[in-house]
Design a protein around this ligand. Sequence first.
Ligand code: CA
Length: 269
Amino acid sequence: MSRAFEGVSGSEDDDRMMTGDSRRRPPLSADAPNGRKGPLVVVIEDEPALSESVAYALEMEGFTVKTTSDGLDGTAIVRRHRPALVLLDLMLPGLSGLDVCRQIRRDSDVPIIMLTARDSEADKVAGLELGADDYVTKPFSMRELVARVRSQVRRSSRSGQYADTNEVLRGANITLDLDAHEVIVDGGVVDLRPKEFELLEALMRRSNRLSTRENLIDEVWGSSYFGDTKTLDVHIKRLRHKLEADPSNPVQIVTIRGLGYKFLDEPSS
Ligand code: CA
């Protein structure tokens, strides 16, 4: 992680950094050379300076970017344009970031990365529980942000490509159908978000064996993941709520204290 880019909150250093950058590299047009636009990222952020530098950094990496300072407007843009990813500031005037997250999740599985303040631990957890996939804490480095955006976009498009594998994993009362991208528990389809699906797949591929925290994070979020491991725990918790008869007493996805998790073919009793 480069410290050189840190302090995105609008210091003079950042302006110099951005200016220097633009001199070194000619600005890309919104259209890629082949005429196709790069993946769309919607940035919902009410600080104009931050919003602009984020948009600039992402456009330099080939993304198409739409920015808005308003949460309600943001949810409308997401519905209309079906972006590849949403960057969501949690501290917005009007409709709060958490409300925006909730609204987006009503009809979209688009990856959401929250932009949060350092001291808003409760908001981060609430956001992850509402279905956000990741967060970065302000002030963040542009390099880190771009890496996280890339990783989420890559992984969500990759999970869409699982459609060709025609593979089915079975364990206990759970069937994970990679072809249909469906999880069936006791004959009924359970609705999993993309990251939850990937996490369950990773666990089931190693059923009855330990999946270490490190391996799970690598497999589901990518080796370039910089976030803290709370994200993994929140996703495990969500999976348990969707799959376990008694989520507070899991018998299917069990915790191996200090090491990771294990998916059991035969639920422990
Ligand atoms: Ca804000």
